[in-house]
Ligand binder design. Structure first.
Ligand code: SF4
Length: 236
């Protein structure tokens, strides 16, 4: 689906989010600043003028069978949430599923990953069990007709399927995420994108990864991740 971006609105949003994120990273620290930013992210998505057109609803989970990218800051937040809210048995189930998925997707390149369905370890009875801390990719993924999502799930090899999106939700979500990432990067933090299962495995098996991240270093030794190209902010 072709989307026409309103660059004036995008510049207003990115400038506001960038400024607030820089100030909160400096005053609250990266983890708390990210939590605040995720709250604004949800508010921006919900207040986009075309948000009422979304077909996404609790119990619809076609998109939770595809590869998701996260930044390290998200992986650490998810693991904290799991430790705080999941029973020990649930933590063990999730750990095993993450390890299994990680082995499956780690050797794949981007295109191969796009063509593979991998059930998210946090999908429980059709719902997201980490909803308050779900990745930014999940927050931004949306459709106005679930039929396209179902078709993508049923035909993962068919990359010509193009589900219908809500343009204003798309630009609000994308611009928000890029502005926070730019603020993180300018404050010296890693903004590389990692596959969700691979990042969680690295975060769990490399005890020093969080310390490295908070010190402004590359957090993981077992995975390199990918740079994310800018769509809403100027490239540098
Ligand atoms: S984290 Fe939640 S929303 Fe994202 S893919 Fe997994 S179950 Fe779905």
């Amino acid at each position: 689906m072709e989307i026409e971006i309103d660059f004036v609105a995008v510049r207003r949003l990115t400038s506001r989010e960038y400024g607030q994120a820089r100030q909160e990273i400096a005053s609250l620290g990266i983890a708390a600043a990210f939590a605040q930013s995720q709250q604004r992210h949800d508010e921006r998505l919900a207040s986009a003028a075309d948000a009422p057109a979304l077909a996404c609803k609790a119990g619809c989970s076609w998109c939770c069978h595809f590869s998701v990218d996260v930044r390290a800051v998200e992986a650490f937040r998810i693991l904290d949430y799991v430790r705080e809210h999941f029973s020990l048995a649930e933590q063990e189930r999730v750990r095993q599923e993450i390890a299994k998925n990680s082995l499956e997707v780690a050797p794949l390149d981007d295109l191969e990953r796009m063509k593979r369905t991998v059930r998210c370890p946090f999908l429980v009875e059709g719902r997201c069990s980490i909803y308050p801390v779900r990745p930014q990719t999940c927050r931004n993924y949306h459709a106005t007709d679930a039929a396209g999502c179902q078709k993508s799930y049923e035909e993962p090899d068919n990359l010509d399927i193009d589900p219908e999106f809500a343009p204003l939700v798309y630009q609000a979500g994308g611009a928000h995420v890029e502005a926070f990432a730019r603020a993180m990067e300018d404050a010296g933090f890693d903004v590389t994108a990692y596959e969700l299962n691979v990042a969680l495995t690295a975060a769990m098996t490399e005890p020093a990864s969080r310390e490295r991240f908070e010190a402004g270093q590359a957090p993981f030794e077992s995975t390199q991740g990918d740079e994310v190209p800018s769509e809403f902010m100027e490239e540098r």
